[in-house]
Design a protein around this ligand. Structure first.
Ligand code: URA
Length: 230
């Protein structure tokens, strides 16, 4: 079992198996100690969906409900996302759902009822977890990856990514986006054809003052995905 080596240079890379499909990745990710987030979370929440989906949706990290269930997007943000996909004409059953970071990061709050408040992952935690996302992309091999919000966008396109500047446009997710691939996974010909579409995170829609308008914006971006997939 690989050992975690410290703080900023933490990485999941030593835990990513060189061979096998999504089930092999999921099994290995369950034991990931590539950054300190595993220690407080209930479990690793790996991606879910068809092993060869044409569409992959990438969120930030599991929330409270996902952490307990061990499945991505099963809480309020997931329900909103599924209804936006439906409105955009995308069958959620055909999509692969995952997150940039595979463990729930939270702060415990103990006033009254015990609660766990979501904390955004750091750039170091995103970088540490990126090998899992890279491996999922290579092995699911989607034609289109949808980045939901800034964390997913930064994980996929680099730290200067801004949702507001890029949302709704079909971008290229080609090599050179610095995803740390295992050696035998790098440089396949179809990388050049893979597209990326960025949009807002469904939790941002839930928090928005004008939820209807924010929801309509998410649906409008997802319609670009729907048209691309045909
Ligand atoms: N938010 C995310 O980004 N991912 C989930 O799986 C749930 C909520």
């Amino acid at each position: 079992m690989p050992r975690s080596t410290g703080q900023a240079a933490d990485s999941a890379l030593p835990y990513v198996p060189a061979r096998g499909g999504i089930p092999a990745l999921r099994r290995a990710a369950a034991g990931c100690r590539g950054c300190p987030l595993y220690a407080e979370a209930t479990q690793t929440v790996f991606g879910a969906g068809p092993a060869r989906a044409r569409l992959m949706l990438v969120g930030e990290q599991p929330g409270d409900q996902e952490d307990r269930a061990g499945e991505p997007f099963v809480g309020p943000a997931g329900r909103l996302l599924r209804s936006a996909l439906d409105e955009a004409g995308i069958d959620a059953e055909q999509a692969y759902f995952t997150n940039a970071v595979k463990h729930f990061k939270f702060a415990p709050v103990t006033e009254g009822r015990k609660r766990r408040i979501h904390k955004a992952p750091s750039l170091g935690e995103m970088a540490a977890c990126r090998p899992w996302l890279a491996a999922e992309i290579k092995r699911v091999d989607p034609e289109l990856v949808v980045a939901l919000g800034a964390t997913a966008g930064k994980s996929l396109l680099g730290n200067s990514f801004k949702v507001t500047a890029s949302r709704g446009a079909l971008l290229s997710l080609a090599p050179g986006t610095d995803l740390p691939l295992a050696e035998e996974e790098s440089g396949s010909a179809d990388d050049a054809d893979r597209r990326l579409l960025a949009t807002v995170h469904p939790s941002a829609v839930l928090r928005s003052k004008d939820r209807d308008e924010a929801f309509a914006g998410l649906v409008s971006d997802l319609r670009v995905a729907s048209r691309f997939l045909g």
